[in-house]
Design a protein around this ligand. Structure first.
Ligand SMILES: Nc1nc2c(c(=O)[nH]1)N[C@H]1C(S)=C(S)[C@@H](COP(=O)(O)OP(=O)(O)OC[C@H]3O[C@@H](n4cnc5c(=O)[nH]c(N)nc54)[C@H](O)[C@@H]3O)O[C@H]1N2
Ligand SMILES: Nc1nc2c(c(=O)[nH]1)N[C@H]1C(S)=C(S)[C@@H](COP(=O)(O)OP(=O)(O)OC[C@H]3O[C@@H](n4cnc5c(=O)[nH]c(N)nc54)[C@H](O)[C@@H]3O)O[C@H]1N2
Ligand SMILES: [Mo]
Length: 693
């Protein structure tokens, strides 16, 4: 069906330039220009004509050809021949792999298809190689569903409750702001194209303040760095409100017309004196007062104040409340009146994704299979059948994710994946930690080898990715795997024969000009410049909801509050240090860790500690240390560094376990406890102790 797109596969001989899109999980979603010579991709560059990309890619994706032609790329289907996890595989044909997998899934489905579990995330953010054909397959099968919470769902729910959707200030307008708070974001590492706008603002006299427990690459380049304790952001936001109220740096007109729950929020904020705030956040009362004055007075003089929030701060127990508290600030000072004012966490609420057309939920035929939270996969793989849980998980199909490395509490995740009675299929580019536990490892195409369309959660353009080279070896697209498997299962519905080019059109239907995508590789979405200048929030009340009736109906606190971490710094004398594990700059989660040139820049797994924590433990820079808590131990190198604040250690992620000193990574230490909203993991809410090995 619908195979009406022009054929544009690259010519086998000569040099061609193909427009693509970076597939990685990053707010920047760059437009890429791939140079192909005689069928080989020789260079990947940023597209100079795409405004958001501005001709530049990050260091990682500039190495995309090194990753694609990596000597360890998986090129053939593999079947396990040794014990689970031993990494012993033999080459098999696609046909044998597909027949075996279909037979196994059918025998499980006869008992209960909900025992079959898909597991995927954003290894590619592509809408075609992501949840299109895959979702159709699993819907038809009646497999369990996956709650995709591992990254952003606490913040997403919080923004939706407060502003009505995952929407906010357009990223390019930050260049016009006069005060920018970079809150829980290491923009230089994880959102570098936003940083360009910050540089412009700075040149035009803006003041830039970073709020982050770690003195990150970004924090050190800002005018000021406020190094609060992890998980205390809601307290800081409430402390700022206290000062805005007591000094009357408020926009009363905006509050009266466009907000809900002001009296309650006011009463709560007045409990957060600068002294109390400072005590909870581990900073000084002056830092609270000065920040509030700059924010309040800049707005008061009619200048735009903007907050770039990012996902770092919502990976703690109270992550949802923290995002809600921060998202209330712009309405208090009327910052939304300017196109360069307000707050941005994610722009994904603007994306007109056609989920129904892509995923075809009617294939469920009235069934509502159970849902498993990807963030508790460790526990769930170890659960027995029960009336509440349903069947034990008997099969896992993993694509676009590396759960053995990235999911919390690795000891349990590994134990689950190691079950001899679990049937696991992994679609991958490389033999990852997860692929080591597979029964079948199947070679997937990379972004250079397939079609896709992409939206962004940073800017507001849609991008098209054309294939620039033929698939390497016997690699197949994720979509082709699910089409082929559907055929082996005897599924005959038309939706299983839709081509990838056609799926690219289906993803956004008539909401995006596909002709424009074909011509220039990107198409801007129609997004208002100052979305809430005159209110009009997409909440039930149409207002910015300080008080959320939806939360109150769930018997939760309707107002944002400081919810202390499960494992606050200093609370447990056995594990007195708080560990956060934000991404290393040269990796993309666990992707690129096996790319030599990038790994060489990062060196090896390490924890950063402040001198004040290292000295009493007899730890010197470069020593091997053991980081531990009740969940596990992880051996790595200590870096005694001012990047860490006292009481907090930073274990940069996400290394492949098998490349660590003792075959572990930081997730050996993290817990499976979930956030207050969005059922998300609490990676940065993790108490540890560190000792010299
Ligand atoms: N280079 C690179 N870029 C990436 C990624 C990558 O792995 N590498 N990952 C991508 C993905 S999947 C995502 S979700 C985003 C993540 O990028 P961000 O949304 O920016 O989130 P993190 O990198 O998790 O954390 C950002 C900063 O928050 C800080 N932080 C940790 N805990 C707290 C806290 O309690 N409060 C505050 N205020 N700050 C805190 C961390 O120290 C870190 O510097 O980046 C994407 N971009
Ligand atoms: N301790 C700690 N843990 C974390 C985080 C943290 O900050 N600290 N961050 C969390 C966050 S924000 C996220 S988003 C998750 C990320 O976790 P994941 O979504 O699992 O991301 P990656 O680790 O990058 O693994 C993606 C895998 O998909 C594969 N892949 C890429 N493209 C394709 C394709 O087209 N087809 C197929 N079949 N495979 C493909 C890549 O080779 C890679 O192995 O990790 C989380 N885990
Ligand atoms: Mo993420």
């Amino acid at each position: 069906m619908h195979s009406d797109t022009p054929a544009t596969s690259p010519s086998p001989a000569g040099t061609a330039h193909i427009l693509g899109a970076c597939p990685h999980d990053c707010p920047d979603t760059c437009s890429m220009l791939v140079t192909v010579q005689d069928g080989v991709a020789i260079k990947v560059q940023g597209n100079p004509d795409h405004p958001a990309t501005h001709g530049a890619l990050c260091t990682k994706v500039s190495r995309y050809t090194e990753r694609t032609y990596h000597p360890e790329r998986l090129l053939h289907p593999l079947k396990r021949v040794g014990p689970k996890g031993s990494g012993q595989f033999e080459r098999v044909s696609w046909d044998q792999a597909l027949s075996d997998i279909a037979e196994k899934l059918q025998s499980i489905a006869k008992r209960d298809p909900q025992a079959i579990q898909p597991y995927s995330y954003a290894g590619t953010m592509g809408r075609v190689q992501g949840e299109g054909m895959a979702a159709r397959f699993f819907n038809r099968l009646g497999a369990a569903r996956l709650d995709r919470t591992i990254c952003a769902s606490a913040g997403a729910e919080a923004m939706t409750l407060t502003l009505g959707n995952k929407v906010g200030t357009k990223v390019e307008f930050f260049a016009e702001a006069k005060l920018i708070l970079i809150w829980g974001s290491n923009s230089i590492a994880s959102n570098v194209h936003f940083w360009r706008h910050v540089q412009t603002a700075k040149r035009n006299g803006a003041r830039i303040i970073c709020i982050d427990p770690r003195r990150s690459e970004t924090a050190e380049k800002c005018h000021q760095h406020i190094a609060l304790l992890p998980g205390t952001d809601a307290a800081l936001a409430l402390g700022l409100m206290h000062e805005l109220i007591t000094h009357d740096w408020l926009d009363h007109d905006y509050i009266a017309r466009h907000t809900e729950g002001w009296e309650g929020l006011r009463a709560r904020a007045l409990q957060w004196t600068p002294e109390r705030t400072a005590e909870v956040c581990g900073i000084t009362a002056d830092e609270v007062r000065t920040l509030a004055r700059e924010y309040g007075q800049t707005a008061r003089t009619g200048l735009p104040v903007a907050i770039r929030m990012n996902y770092g701060l919502q990976r703690v127990r109270g992550g949802g409340n923290a995002v809600r508290a921060i998202a209330c600030l712009p309405a208090l000072v009327g910052a939304w009146r300017h196109r360069a004012g307000g707050v941005l966490l994610s722009s994904s609420g603007y994306v007109p994704i056609q989920t129904m057309a892509l995923e075809q939920p009617e294939l469920l035929a009235g069934r509502t299979p159970r849902t498993i939270n990807m963030s508790t996969i460790g526990d769930d793989l170890l659960r027995q059948a029960s009336p509440e849980f349903g069947p034990a998980i008997e099969a896992l199909i993993v694509y676009n994710s590396n759960p053995v490395a990235v999911a919390p509490e690795s000891a349990k995740v590994v134990q689950g994946f190691a079950r001899e009675d679990l049937f696991t299929v992994v679609l991958e580019h490389f033999q990852t930690d997860t692929a080591d536990y597979a029964d079948y490892v199947l070679p997937a195409t990379t972004q250079l080898e397939h079609w896709d369309v992409h939206s962004s959660y940073g800017h507001t353009d849609i991008l098209l990715n054309r294939p620039s080279i033929a698939p390497l070896g016997e690699a197949r697209t994720n979509t082709q795997f699910f089409r082929d498997l559907a055929q082996h299962m005897g599924y005959t519905e038309d939706v299983f024969s839709e081509s990838d080019e056609s799926l690219c059109r289906t993803a956004f239907g008539d909401k995006v000009d596909f002709g424009l995508l074909l011509r220039q590789g990107y198409a801007p979405l129609p997004v208002p410049d100052a979305p809430f200048a005159d209110g009009g929030f997409p909440t039930p009340s149409g207002k910015c909801e300080f008080f959320s009736a939806r939360l109150a109906e769930r018997s939760e606190d309707g107002l944002p509050d400081h919810v202390p971490n499960y494992e606050p710094a200093g609370a447990d004398p056995r594990y007195p240090l708080a560990m956060i594990s934000p991404p290393a700059r040269n990796f993309l989660n666990s992707t690129f860790v096996n790319v030599r040139s990038l790994r060489d820049i990062e060196g090896e797994p390490l924890v950063e500690l402040h001198e004040a924590d290292a000295t009493p433990r007899g730890i010197a820079d470069g020593d091997e240390v053991t980081v531990f808590n009740a969940r596990g131990t992880h051996r790595c190198v200590a870096r005694v560094s001012a990047r860490a604040r006292p009481g907090v250690v930073n274990g940069l992620g996400i290394w492949w376990r098998k490349l660590g000193r003792d075959g572990t990574n930081v997730n050996e230490l993290t817990s499976q406890r979930l956030t207050d909203m969005g059922r998300a993991p609490t990676f940065y809410d993790c108490a540890v102790e560190v000792k010299k090995s």
